[in-house]
Design a protein around this ligand. Sequence first.
Ligand code: IVH
Length: 265
Amino acid sequence: PEVRHARPMLSLSNAFSHDELRAFDARVRRGLGLAPAPEPADGLSYVTELKIDGLAVSLRYERGRFTLGATRGDGSTGEDVTPNLRTIRAIPERLTEPATLEARGEVFMPKAEFSRINAEREELGLALYANPRNSGAGSLRQKDPQVTAGRQLTTWLYQLVEDAPAVDSQSAALDRLEALGFPVNPERQPGLDIEGVIAFTDRWREARHDLPYETDGVVVKVDRFDQQQRLGMVSRAPRWAIAYKFPPEQVETVVEDIVPYVGRT
Ligand code: IVH
């Protein structure tokens, strides 16, 4: 069945270079009426998170119990995948307090599980999955939850949607998600100015290869919710956040053969 999201699940605009990150900072500063260069009193700081290459989901909890889980879909309407999500051990059935809220994040397949499943599929003569992202998405969007249960999927949550928010910043929301019992990626950093953000992206461009899961970039968010609200959004993407994408991997390969053929036309 379809699920209509109470609040739309937004997408992010992208940055591919340090200059585009600095341009994002300049837009944020202009939008908030701040001076072009950081000043201690301007109250602006960014929190960085790794961008997880998985499938976005929204998890609904009522009085601390997991009641409904949906995929992002087109951002307004997703698919109900509750029984499948219930097979993922990292998703708590009960929270540490009887809160009513929505937690959003990314379900993904760790690299080791991807290799295990592809090796299994190769032995069975089945088509191989192209990457952990496709494999994770395919595993979650199954009619039979038993198939999902047989795959080691996991999740990181990064967004808390509450009617009366108990926190006033993204970094506090991440801490709160963790305190509620959700898995939250520890590789996050609050309190950064844009040069700190750039240093974070530089560090993870190489270090990401040592992680047991795939990340394709860094999500940069204005930390304070009041500043996020003042900035608002443009065409379904918030003005207060941006996804910095790591440069694509370049590898060398050898063309072993070229087989030309003549088609019907
Ligand atoms: S925040 C309102 N944080 O990337 C902001 N998204 O390209 C909503 N993603 O649709 C998204 N890791 O599925 C956010 N730490 C992270 C993320 C993240 C992965 C995905 C998410 C989003 C897509 C945008």
